[in-house]
Design a protein around this ligand. Structure first.
Ligand SMILES: [Zn+2]
Ligand SMILES: [Zn+2]
Length: 409
């Protein structure tokens, strides 16, 4: 089966399964589970895959699973969905509203999970009919929001032997039926920085006998971001912004310690890797100039998701095949983080934005208690993911007489 038949096969599959998938999503939405506690969710997915004759393998912690479809011959393409919910209150008035206080699928991971389940069932049918020219690895990843679930998957061999990997995220700013694509970086890095300073305190009448710690801390607060902006390529948009500072307790006493906390955001992967050492060197030099001790705690978040160009082309071809011409829209790099980035440090691949807004409807942003999707996005997502996996397998297999691209004409 090649390009032209695919659309008809997907129509037939979704005609039979789409309503069931919507119900599956609503069930997950009613029972959201936070990072590394997705036991029920994992069981639901495993049950459905098992019923389709697949052999899911649950990760050792008991949340998240991996499952291969197809034979070991030919290339391996991975598809990833994140399955965890967020710790915030569901504010929607819908029949499938969260039943768990303070927990909600407000980032659309219930939708991602359902899309990958539907894709799995479709690909299992294809494999049974001998139409899968390779292997597809399904990754139902726990704990994206923590983040860290991607590292858990990788630690257990989740992307070993994988040639290419794809994922997607709901985009409430894009109408349903559209796919936002961008080669290169599409999300950003965000890390946390804590600086603790200390030095001899004393009376404000005699600052010269102390380290004049509040003044020195103020120098750190202003000079560190300023020096940083002069030491890295401005295109990397590496920025340090403070959000919290504490020192002292009285107007006339110089304290002997203080602390400042902030975030480091970055659009560029190389600059992100270099950031901790650079910030430490700048901190030491400012602290040395004012005679204080400075310690830095640098808490890594995630790197930027950097899309591989060829993988983005495969997504674009797949979108045109499965959703029709005009379905692809350019998208911007966001300042948000996404732990799919960890996979792309090891394997080429790409991350797409899937339109979830009802045309003409309101935009309900993610990470809000009011977030919801136009559920026709589930069928669109299945079309996109299934077509992407097949496109990637076709294009990694030896070219045959019926080239998949020319058969589109
Ligand atoms: Zn999120
Ligand atoms: Zn998310």
């Amino acid at each position: 089966m090649r390009g032209r038949e695919l659309r008809g096969e997907l129509d037939a599959f979704l005609g039979e399964h789409e309503q069931d998938l919507v119900e599956f999503r609503r069930d997950l939405h009613r029972y959201p589970e936070l990072a590394f506690a997705e036991y029920r969710t994992t069981q639901r997915i495993a049950d459905r895959l098992g019923a389709a004759g697949l052999l899911p393998s649950v990760l050792p912690r008991g949340t998240g699973l991996i499952c291969d479809v197809g034979s070991g011959d030919g290339p391996t393409v991975a598809l990833r969905a994140d399955i965890d919910a967020l710790g915030l209150q569901d504010e929607k008035e819908v029949s499938y509203r969260s039943t768990v206080p303070g927990s909600c699928h407000a980032c659309g991971h219930d939708v991602h999970t359902t899309i990958l389940l539907g894709t799995s069932l479709f690909l299992a049918q294809q494999a049974a009919a001998g139409l899968l020219p390779g292997r597809v690895r399904l990754i139902f990843q726990p704990a994206e929001e923590l983040p860290g679930g991607a590292l858990e998957v990788m630690a257990h061999g989740g992307i070993t032997g994988v040639d290419r990997i794809f994922g997607l995220h709901c985009d409430p700013r894009l109408d349903v039926g559209h796919v936002g694509l961008k080669p290169g970086p599409i999300t950003s890095a965000c890390d946390k920085l804590v600086v603790r300073v200390s030095g001899p305190g004393g009376h404000t009448a005699r600052p010269h006998l102390t380290a004049d710690l509040v003044f020195a801390l103020a120098k750190v607060l202003t000079e560190l971001p300023a020096a940083l902006s002069r030491r890295v390529d401005p295109r990397s948009s590496l920025s340090l912004v403070w959000g919290k500072v504490e020192a002292g307790s009285a107007a006339n006493a110089i304290p002997d310690d203080g602390v400042a906390e902030g975030t480091v955001r970055c659009l560029d992967e190389n600059a992100w890797h270099a950031a901790p050492d650079l910030i430490k060197a700048l901190l030491d030099s400012v602290a040395g100039a004012y005679g204080i001790e400075a310690q830095m705690e640098y808490v890594r978040g995630v790197p930027p998701v950097v899309n591989d160009e060829m993988s983005v082309e495969m997504l674009a071809e797949a979108a045109q095949r499965a959703l029709g011409p005009g379905s692809v829209a350019p998208t911007q790099q966001s300042l948000g983080g996404e732990d799919f980035a960890w996979y792309l440090e090891s394997v080429p691949g790409a991350f797409a934005r899937l339109g979830t807004r009802s045309p003409g409807g309101e935009t309900y942003d993610i990470h809000q208690g009011t977030f919801d999707v136009d559920e026709s996005a589930i069928g669109m997502g299945v079309r996109l993911m299934a077509a992407t996996a097949l496109t990637a397998l076709w294009e990694s297999s030896p070219v045959t007489a019926t080239d998949p691209i020319t058969s589109l004409a």
